[in-house]
Each structure stands twice: as C-alpha cells, then as structure tokens.
Design a protein around this ligand. Structure first.
Ligand code: PLP
Length: 446
C-alpha cells in the first residue's frame, strides 16, 4: 500500500527499531501477520509491555488494545491469577519432564465438561499442530483422502492446509469452482489434489459436492465463524446444514475453534450455535496467553490416537507451563457471569461503533459475535471471501485504523483481521474507544 504514518514522529522509536531488526530478522518480524505487507506498513509498532486491556509501545504511547496478541490475551495482559500460577509452577515444579502429570487429567475433564463435542482430548502447542492432527486423524478414520476447506479461512501453516487465504480473484478460479492457490513455493507438489476449496456460506454447493464426491472426502474443515477474512457470520442454518450433510455421507465435520474456542462461550462456537462437530481444535482462548492447544472429539475417532494408529507426539506437549496456564485460565473463564459481562461490554462497543458510522454517514457493516468482530467499510453484506474481495474498501479501513491508532486505540491494521475484546476491557475503555471513533469517523468522512 506504500503507506506512511501521517504522525510519523509519534512512532519514531518503533521505526528505528524496525530498521535495526530488518538487518538480522527477515522482514524485521518473526511472523507474517506482523509484516509490512500484512498491513503494518511502513513498520509495526514495537512493544514495551501490556497490562490488562492496555498496551504500551516503545515510544511511550498507551493504547486500548483490541489486537490482544491476535486473540490469546482473552483475560487481558498479565492476568494475575494465570501469571501467578505459572510462575509458582515453574519455581516449584519445573517445566518439561516428558512424563505425564496428574494435572493433565483435571484440565482435560474441565475441557470435556465445557465443550459439547469433546469426549477425549489431546494437548499440543499451537493451532497449526492441532489442525494438522485433526486432518490426519480424519483421513485415518475414514480411509478417504480429500478435505473440503473454504476460501478466506486460515488453519495454520502446515503443508496440507497452507493455501492462500486471500489469493486474489484473478487467480482463484470461478465462484462455483475455486482452485487451491498455494501460499507460495516450497509446498510438496501434488498436495493440492487432496483439497477441495469452496466458497463459504453456500449450502447448495457444499451439498452438491459432497453428494457427488462424498466417498472420497474425509472431512469438512471450517471455522464456525470466519475470523480470518475480517469477521463473517454463518448464515442461519448453514452450520446445521453442514452437520446434516456431512453426517449423511460419513464425512467428518471439523470445527477449527482456534479463535472461537473458549471465547464465544466457554464451550466455544459449537456451544453458542448448538452444532456439534466430530473433531475440534483449540488454541488461543485456552491458555490465557501461554502457548497451549488441543485437538479432540468423538471417542471412537480418538481411539486411533489411543491405540497409536495415529501418532500425536511433541516434546513440549502438555508441558507444565501450558497445563498450569490452561487450568488457571479455565478457572477464570468458568466463574459465574463472566461471559455475560464480556458480551455486555463487547456488544456496547460493536453497537456503539455501528451508531458512530451511521451518524457519520459512512457505509459500514460492523459484524461479529460478542468479543470478536470487524468493521467492513462496504455497502454490501459480506457472506464470504469473494464478497469481501469485491466490496471491502481497504483504503478507508487504513484511514480508520491510523486515525484510531493516533487516538490511542490499537487493533490489527488488516481489514481481514479482527478486533478482540477481553475480560479486562471496561466500560470506560469502550467509552474512550467510541469517543476516538467519533473523531476518526468525522476526520475520514471529510
Ligand atoms: N486456525 C485458525 C482458525 C487460526 O486463526 C490460526 C491462527 O491464527 C490457526 C489455526 C493457527 O494457530 P497458530 O498460530 O497457533 O499455529
């Protein structure tokens, strides 16, 4: 986009650090989501620290933080109970033993009690791993090879699913028959023949493809809410139809709840929408900011893990930090009234933003569920990636993002990312965010 910060002096130390980082770190950052081409143009902010709902950059700017580490900081930064529990465990127990510990049983029982589809669960470290295992297990269980996945979604960077989430419509095939566009070179050749890419929110097409090819399809892999192309909700009945069609044809339904899990509800999107998948994956919401992930579901499918047919390994799987953090985080999330309060604060923000843009007469759709949403600068409803590619105004989004940043409100600069609200966000944070939004909306309208 070739953007510059209008208020460049405000971010001068970040700029200098970025120049130094680029000398030794490719692209200056350690994840693509922080790269200039992911929106952080001309440079990302360098962070000094965070506390609750706030983050401080190296230039001394304080922000109300809706980036939240791309989701894991659901309890806010440095949540005291989780942090204390982890520090204590490190001091008193250690970190990695390559042997099981009793705490794993209690944690797993809590997850099973919270999430409708879980009968058994295995822990791992990242969402990428969890999805990789779910897909492998689905192939092993069904004896089939193909996976249906959807344009605009992201399921981590393992070879089998690492296909461009936003390929651009010039290369992505037709609306009814999208093609798999690799994220870049380096993937094994031929692997795309195991994927069927479909547009999301299209029940008729999904039904048609599964009726025709169901015998070779192991699983439908989907986020229950599309959180990797801004935020796009499932149309009423879509998840239910997915469930019905997959069940009828012996295709497994995998919900990738890496973003929605332990966030839309304690039981994730599957509890929120009342649709029960066969397998699910979890990560960001689970560990209160510490790396921990999980894959689980039906016991008859997990039986292949139980007897070693499908191996799930990992030196760091269920390490003390991960298990301790997840236990402490789940205790916090399970406290009575937590999600009601989270929704109250989040809805006030989302509906408040809707009003701000209405009053400023800027065509937007503010779309999301509870603590995850995005502002679409568009006068069209967005149902899938193709709608977003055709109708979302990224230039206006950049103006909005930078206006908010200058006014002390942080979220990801990509229109295809989300705003996250944490349990630490207060009514005062929302009031201040809406005041900044009012000013920004007036400024970008002119
Ligand atoms: N699945 C979804 C839906 C995600 O949004 C992500 C990451 O953003 C992943 C999987 C990969 O998770 P991780 O970054 O922990 O590997």
């Amino acid at each position: 986009m070739g953007a510059i910060y209008q208020n460049a002096a405000r971010y001068a130390k970040s700029r200098a650090l970025f120049a130094a980082a680029r000398e030794v770190i490719p692209s200056g950052v350690n994840s693509t989501a922080r790269a200039t081409w992911s929106g952080w143009d001309p440079h990302p902010l360098f962070v000094e620290g965070g506390d609750g709902s706030h983050l401080r950059d190296v230039d001394g700017n304080d922000y109300i933080d809706y980036l939240l580490g791309l989701g894991p900081m659901i309890l806010g930064h440095r949540p005291p109970k989780v942090t204390d529990a982890v520090v204590k465990a490190i001091r008193e127990q250690g970190t990695v033993f390559a042997l099981p510990a009793a705490a794993e049983i209690g944690l797993t029982r809590s997850m099973i009690a919270a999430v409708p589809s879980l009968e058994q669960v295995r822990l791992c470290n990242t969402g990428t791993e969890a999805v990789l295992y779910a897909v492998r297990l689905a192939r092993a269980f069904t004896g089939r090879n193909k996976i249906i996945r959807f344009e605009g979604m992201y399921h981590g960077f393992s070879d089998g699913v690492y296909w461009s989430k936003h390929p651009g419509l010039n290369v992505a095939g037709s609306d009814r028959a999208p093609v798999a566009v690799p994220q870049g070179p380096g993937l094994p050749s031929g692997i795309d023949s195991s994927l069927i890419i479909l547009p999301w929110n299209d029940t008729a097409l999904l039904r048609e493809v599964i009726e025709r090819q169901g015998h070779e399809i192991a699983a439908v892999l989907t986020e229950p809410v599309m959180c990797n192309t801004g935020c796009i909700l499932p149309e009423p009945g879509y998840l239910e139809a997915m469930r019905e069609i997959t069940r009828k044809h012996g295709v497994l339904l995998i919900f990738d709840e890496v973003i929605t899990g332990f966030r839309l509800a304690l039981g994730g999107a599957q509890a929120h929408y009342g649709v029960t998948p066969d397998l699910s994956t979890f990560a960001k919401g689970l560990g209160g900011g510490f790396p921990v992930a999980a894959m689980g579901g039906r016991k008859d499918i997990m039986a292949l893990v139980a007897d070693g047919t499908v191996s799930m390994a990992g030196t760091y799987a269920a390490n003390v930090i991960a298990v301790t953090a997840a236990i402490a985080a789940l205790q916090e999330l399970s406290a009575p009234g937590m999600f009601e309060r989270l929704y109250k604060v989040s809805d006030r923000l989302r509906l408040g933003l809707e009003r701000v843009f209405d009053e400023a007469r800027i065509a937007t759709r503010v779309v999301g569920v509870g603590p995850v949403f995005q502002v679409w600068f568009s006068d069209h409803d967005i149902r899938n990636y193709r709608d977003a590619a055709r109708h979302a105004n990224h230039e206006l989004f950049r103006l909005w993002w930078e206006g908010m940043l200058d006014r002390g409100v942080l979220f990801h600069p990509g229109a295809y990312e989300n705003l996250f609200v944490s349990f630490a966000h207060s009514d005062d944070d929302v009031d201040r965010t809406l005041a900044a939004a009012r000013e920004t909306a007036r400024a970008i309208r002119n």
